[in-house]
Design a protein around this ligand. Sequence first.
Ligand code: RNT
Ligand code: ZN
Length: 418
Amino acid sequence: MSCYETIKKKYENLGVDVDAAIEKALQIPVSMHCWQADDVVGFETKPAGLDGGGIMATGNHPGRATTGDQARADYEKAMEYIPGTLRLNVHASYAETGDEVVDRDALEPKHFKTWMNWSSEKNISLDFNPTNFSHPLAEDGFTASNKSKEVRDFWIKHIIASRKIAQAFAENQGNPCVVNHWFPDGSKDMPADRWIYRKNLIDSLDKSIANETSVDKNLCKDFVESKVFGIGSEEYVVGSGDFYNCYSVSRGIGLCMDMGHYHPTETVNDKISSILLFNKKVLLHLSRPIRWDSDHVAILNDDLKNVFLEIARGDAWDRVYLATDFFDASINRVAAYIIGMRAVRKGILYALLDPSDKLKDYEDKGQNAFRLALMEEMKTAGFSVIWEKLCEKAGVIAGAEWIDEVEAYENNVLLKRV
Ligand code: RNT
Ligand code: ZN
């Protein structure tokens, strides 16, 4: 018997169908974020003298993608080593408009033609995000919640424009486009009035999403993302966890939970069963916070595994949308994608191999030591052999050999970029 067959038998004895787990793990879509390749800078054409910059990517490893073509080449390179169904998550600031300066409120599907063509050519569906940051009208720290009606109206227009682009993506690819709405709005120090911004944000979201009828909600799947604090919004974040829990449920809009957007001892895995008992769907931003929302590359740590175990144990795969969100500019960015995306796929597989029925059985009988024992044993039960099988099925290198190939890409492509 092969090593795989032996291990498969062991799992079968625990009630786990390994072949079915591999098949399912390969099918679950994961939306890879476009912004690790270029440190969240984006490709939009800015008016002379204005450089919006990115958000908080730190490091200066050589080889950053500075054009859409370079970024797409990097995604394609990374995708050679990432098994399973992929999507690509595009931000509005990645519009390619040549010499023409198009402000965010005037963006149209035609400004994303290159992305849609790439999507059709590679058969990779796209998701989308309005970009409510890195813009002069975000400089005072408030966008859609701003006290100025003029500023709010600009962002409302941008959100609607973004949702129309998402709808065009959905039509082009023949399946819905997930749209995530995140706003940096907040303040460094204590506001005199914490209420007004939240009231404004509700009004802007209602006008651009909840009550906006020009976009088909079956094609454009909206989610709202909370945050606990940011640089420059340490004291007060308008779109807090409480705010969006209530807003999303009251409006029937999806909730996005980013693994870096909670207090350090809170875990996203524990939230899933609460949120999904009230909300129809949830989007996860898979990330690795180190002491704060640091957006380190996702790895196969307990936080990541536990998130997928929760989904598996609640059989909630069809209500959870998966997307990555990390940006580390201090290391090879293509390798960062591969490390993070492979970790995510490993985490999904690990969760699908969970002997959940057996664990629940121990629990029902009050045998909690045995429950803990089996959870521990599963960590070393032969997972790597099953992972290798998954990679083999996907036609992707299973082990560390991919590193040499990416080193060659660094030397031949990335280091030659100026
Ligand atoms: C920021 C949010 C948000 C962004 C992307 C670029 O704290 O996590 O999801 O990372 O929109
Ligand atoms: Zn996020």
